[in-house]
Design a protein around this ligand. Structure first.
Ligand code: FAD
Length: 378
């Protein structure tokens, strides 16, 4: 962080201006939002939720979800890149790797962009069960993995990577921080998605030898860090991306149906009761999701015995609401939305990602059902 910008809304405003300028091109050309990410690096927001002692802003889940939702309403790809950085940063903060003392301050200052490399070719969306391996050899560890999707692949400065633990016990997980440029860390393909087209969510192959002190936390502590740290922050942030995309589609739709005219009838589209009903449902669904996200963020800030169900429920709920709201926005705006005359179809496409990002919405519904009926999640 430069030290010049300390106010969150001022910092965000500057990033949003840059993101807005490039969002359409990022989507159309499927390119990484380099300008918006540079603005994020400069803004201090990469350290938003990191503690002041390491140079962060010391903000909490509520501020985080507000920032992510606003970014998503402007550029979904930038918001997702920001979310993956923050998820990596809080993971590193949970147990900084002893051999990388500068890492957390660099993630807070914006010098180091991070991401999570969890999903694997072998275990697909079941990120909690990596089939990759970590094998200890003296003070070193050899990590081998085929990661199926890594947002900011080739653009991140540090990758938080999951692997089967050096303990050799099936089901145990280690997490490692691996710096970009480490020999054996390679992007293994290109990313071209339906939405979030600037994400650079490419597959990566990992065949690296690292100091064992690049591990995040103790041997076999990775699963616990995933559940206690990654899950709450990632689910809140992913829900906020869904909310922001839905907000953007909803406001464009409301404006359009109030202004697009049927001249022969001397009325706007909002004269049609069917359209008004759709608009009403969209607005109500949005308000409900906004309130649920706020409740979940506050619950993660001050945990109690409802926090786990909030964490499990909020992502699935926001993901599915965004699917429905963006689809309704497409429908009420007709061909104007379909033909890209309105800024709705980008949000519609971007919103398709949330529910299939792990933990997927369907997996979360199952976990939620298990949690409230007293069954173990795993
Ligand atoms: C844009 C984008 C960016 C991404 N970025 C990253 C990243 O930075 N890092 C990262 O680690 N991963 C990332 N991912 C990967 C993501 O987290 C998922 O792992 C991936 O989308 C899963 O796709 P799949 O085809 O392997 O799903 P599958 O696992 O094959 O799932 C297929 C279907 O089965 C359902 N299903 C699977 N298991 C269950 C279950 N237990 N209960 C109920 N239903 C279930 C799913 O919900 C889904 O409908 C990204 C994905 C996308 C789309």
């Amino acid at each position: 962080m430069t030290g010049e910008i300390v106010d969150i809304s001022q910092a965000l405003k500057q990033v949003l201006e840059v993101a807005a300028e490039h969002a359409e091109r990022v989507d159309t050309e499927g390119v990484f939002p380099a300008e918006a990410v540079a603005a994020l690096r400069h803004s201090g927001l990469l350290g938003l939720v990191l503690p002041a002692e390491v140079g962060g802003m010391g903000a909490g889940p509520v501020e985080f979800t507000d920032v992510v939702a606003e970014l998503a309403a402007t550029c979904g790809s930038t918001a997702m890149i920001y979310l993956m950085h923050t998820a990596a940063a809080v993971t590193v903060a949970a147990a900084p790797p002893p051999c990388m003392p500068e890492l957390l301050p660099a993630m807070a200052s914006g010098d180091s962009l991070g991401t999570l490399a969890f999903s694997e070719k072998g275990s697909r969306s079941h990120f909690w069960a990596p089939v990759s391996t970590a094998v200890a050899a003296g003070d070193a560890v050899k990590v081998r993995a085929e990661k199926s999707w890594v947002t900011s692949a080739d653009y991140a400065d540090v990758y938080v990577v999951s692997a089967g633990s050096t303990s050799g016990v099936p089901g145990e997980v280690d997490l490692y921080a691996i710096a970009a440029g480490t020999p054996g860390l390679a992007v293994a393909g290109t990313f071209s998605g339906l939405g979030l087209r600037g994400n650079a969510s490419s597959p990566m192959t990992i065949d690296v030898s690292l100091p064992s002190e690049s591990r995040i936390g103790a041997e076999a502590a990775g699963f616990g860090v995933m559940m206690e740290t990654v899950l709450p922050w990632f689910n809140l942030g992913n829900a906020a991306v869904s909310l922001g995309l839905a907000v953007s589609a909803n406001s464009a739709a409301v404006t359009h149906v109030g202004t697009a005219r049927l001249e022969h009838l001397d009325q706007a589209l909002n004269a049609l009761p069917t359209i008004r009903a759709q608009i009403a449902k969209m607005g109500i669904a949005l308000a409900a999701q906004r309130a649920y996200l706020r409740a979940a963020a506050e619950s993660v800030s001050s945990p109690d015995d409802t926090t786990m169900t909030h964490v499990l429920g909020v992502k699935a709920s926001a993901n599915d609401a965004a699917l429905a709201i963006t689809e309704s926005a497409m429908r009420v705006c007709g061909g104007a939305a379909f033909s890209k005359h309105l800024p709705i179809e980008r949000a519609f496409r971007d919103a398709r990602a949330g529910s299939v990002m792990a933990p997927t919405a369907d997996a979360l519904y199952d976990f939620y059902g298990k949690a409230v009926t007293g069954l173990p999640l795993f």
